[in-house]
Design a protein around this ligand. Structure first.
Ligand SMILES: [Zn+2]
Length: 338
């Protein structure tokens, strides 16, 4: 018996046959922050054949409290998370092919980056990418395992096209930019990350060995001592434009957040897709603990982490301190949200 996976093979629902299947499987993890790094470690140690990690961000000191693959050295060097994760994961299990990709997942590259994998694990921090994954899953029949955490609360669900409801059956529209909490404004506890990511990894293992994944949604709050599995039976919306009429607006690029470099100003403008009206005083209240905030009737400004983010009522933002559009979009997702 192969010693490396012996304890997993001894577990009857996996066995030798299941282990073989894991070894022949390909998984893509979108986002290699907190959820992504915990899930990646478990899947790589479990002996999945191929794991691709997609992330647009770099390691910062504030990540180290919960993002289990990264070290102080990675933060000092500001290494891209996908690069740091690839090297750490390869040292954990050299038999697994791990591929770190430093990119922003968009409607243009989603097929190239996910099309050759069996399953998608969501480790993202923003709704735009999740709606894109939802569309892509419906177009191609791929299952995607959703997870999200903020504060002490977390949730996860396995979206299976045409079997379960889709993301838009549950949340027809993304929250307006600035209305949702993010880890960078409301904080996040490591235990809830590990719990949710472990649950996601378990669903991935089950699907890959041919077992039935959970059909319930996990909702957990590690501080309030609440944990429940919510049945979503009957939650599929027969009029859902997405899984019903296959109107895949995110995959078609019609909802994409636009960004443009402002030449010579060391700044990028980020514009949300669709209509949005921003409650600036509310956003200002949320951002106050993160940095120095100023507010007038037209605009809110916050200085945070070496960037200056100026946010307007229509959701548009000018982010100073970078000329990199991907970095600016990541900053927008982290501090404005969505
Ligand atoms: Zn739907």
């Amino acid at each position: 018996m192969n010693q490396r996976y012996s304890r997993q093979i001894l577990f009857p629902p996996i066995g030798t046959e299941g282990q073989k299947r894991l070894g022949g499987s390909r998984v893509v993890i979108v986002g290699c922050g907190a959820l992504g790094s915990v899930a990646a470690e478990q899947l790589v140690r479990a002996g999945i054949g191929y794991v691709r990690l997609i992330d647009r961000d770099f390691v910062e000191e504030s990540n180290l409290q919960r993002q289990c693959l990264f070290t102080e050295q990675h933060a000092r060097l500001a290494l891209p998370k996908a690069v740091a994760a690839e090297s750490v994961l390869t040292s954990m299990n050299s038999r697994v092919r791990v591929d770190g990709v430093v990119e922003d997942l968009t409607h243009r590259n989603v097929e190239a980056l996910c099309g050759d994998c069996d399953l998608i694990l969501d480790g993202t921090d923003n709704f735009e990418t999740r709606y894109l994954l939802n569309d892509y899953s419906l177009r191609t029949g791929r299952t995607w395992v959703y997870g999200a955490c903020v504060g002490s609360y977390g949730t996860a669900f396995t979206f299976r096209p045409r079997i379960t409801p889709c993301l838009r059956c549950l949340f027809p529209q993304p929250p307006a930019p600035g209305s949702a909490e993010t880890c960078d404004t409301s904080g996040i506890l490591a235990p809830v990350v590990h719990l949710v990511a472990s649950y996601q990894a378990a669903q991935v293992l089950k699907i890959l060995v041919g077992a039935e994944p959970a059909s319930t949604m996990l909702k957990v709050d590690v501080w309030e001592n609440r944990m429940k599995l919510v049945s979503l039976e009957g939650a599929r919306d027969p009029d859902c434009p997405c899984c019903g009429a296959l109107e895949l607006r995110f995959l078609e690029g019609r909802e994409r957040r636009h960004s443009v470099r402002l030449c010579g100003r060391n700044a990028v403008q980020v514009q949300p897709g669709g209509d949005s009206r921003m409650d600036l005083p509310q956003v200002a209240r949320r951002l106050r603990p993160s940095g120095s905030v100023s507010l007038n009737d037209y605009m809110m400004k916050v200085e945070v982490n070496g960037y200056e983010l100026a946010l307007f009522r229509d959701g548009r933002a000018i982010i100073r301190g970078t000329e990199d559009e991907t970095e600016a979009r990541a900053i927008y997702a982290r501090y404005v949200g969505c």
